[in-house]
Design a protein around this ligand. Structure first.
Ligand SMILES: NC(=O)c1ccc[n+]([C@@H]2O[C@H](COP(=O)([O-])OP(=O)(O)OC[C@H]3O[C@@H](n4cnc5c(N)ncnc54)[C@H](OP(=O)(O)O)[C@@H]3O)[C@@H](O)[C@H]2O)c1
Length: 250
């Protein structure tokens, strides 16, 4: 294995690791030697991915928690340190963008839920983990943002605003916890995961043909290269930045 991308002995915590982009990244790190913490709301789904990781010969801790609930995140960090004794890579990946009929019909509950999962939770978890990382061997934090943070759409505004906040804390955390902890952000474009099941696919394909250089949605495995890069020593001089993995979205 290329030593730049050898994660043997490293522990990677992926929120939303049970499906979609999170599962693809969890597999990629395990295939390169890492042990994994798979966190999402539904324990059975985390346990399924944890078994897949174990079949690759790695150790895995499935853990149920709601990333939008501030008080549940200390338990996630404590359980990880109790089980593995370290966290080398945190991937703040869990996120969602619920549909709503119009901006004036966005409820306070929907707004708070979206901001809690996409911004508040990653803020709290990053603070807890970066504090521990900087007192130990250091590490890398990767936030999974969205092109909605750069090209906000009226159809996903609380989400775009929350992800823009995530881009902002990427930079401030990089300064707060550097040089031992690097913090970066992947701005994802449209990926064909469970999220895309709610899309009008003919309309999406029409839009992709004119507004995306690659003219298609991404497959979950296509997020992996950027995540491995940002977590690895190959990115030792890369922090506080965002990388777009969006098929060349305008
Ligand atoms: N797919 C896209 O087109 C796209 C585009 C731009 C950005 N992104 C971003 O990429 C990330 C991953 O998206 P995806 O497409 O892989 O989504 P996905 O397939 O819907 O998977 C979402 C993951 O997050 C977990 N999750 C959802 N709510 C949670 C909560 N409150 N607490 C803890 N875990 C929670 C889910 O598991 P449980 O249901 O068990 O909780 C699942 O593991 C998200 O941050 C999303 O905003 C995706």
């Amino acid at each position: 294995m290329d030593e730049l991308f050898d994660f043997t002995g490293k522990v990677v915590l992926v929120t939303g690791g049970s499906r979609g982009l999170g599962r693809a990244m969890a597999h990629a790190f395990a295939e390169r030697g890492a042990d994994l913490v798979i966190a999402s709301r539904k324990l059975p789904a985390c346990e399924t991915v944890a078994r897949e990781i174990e079949e690759l010969g790695r150790r895995a801790l499935p853990y149920a928690c709601h990333v939008g609930h501030w008080q549940e995140l200390e338990g996630l960090v404590a359980a990880t340190y109790e089980h593995f004794g370290r966290i080398d890579v945190l991937i703040n990946n869990a996120g969602l963008s619920p549909l709503y009929p119009s901006l004036h019909e966005v409820s306070e509950e929907l707004f708070d839920k979206v901001v809690a999962l996409n911004l508040k939770g990653p803020f709290r978890l990053s603070a807890l983990v970066a504090h521990r990382m900087s007192a130990g061997d250091g590490g890398s934090i990767i936030n999974i943002s969205s092109t909605a943070s750069l090209n906000p759409s009226p159809t996903s505004e609380p989400y775009g605003a929350a992800k823009a906040g995530l881009n902002a804390i990427t930079r401030s955390f990089a300064f707060a916890y550097g040089p031992k902890v690097r913090v970066n952000c992947i701005v994802a474009g449209p990926f064909l995961t469970d999220i895309s099941k709610a899309w009008d696919m003919p309309a999406f394909e029409k839009r992709a043909a004119t507004s995306m250089a690659l003219k298609r949605g991404g497959q979950p495995d296509e997020i992996v290269g950027a995540a491995l890069y940002l977590a690895s020593p190959a990115a030792s001089f890369t922090t506080g930045t965002t990388i777009r993995v969006d098929g060349g979205t305008l």
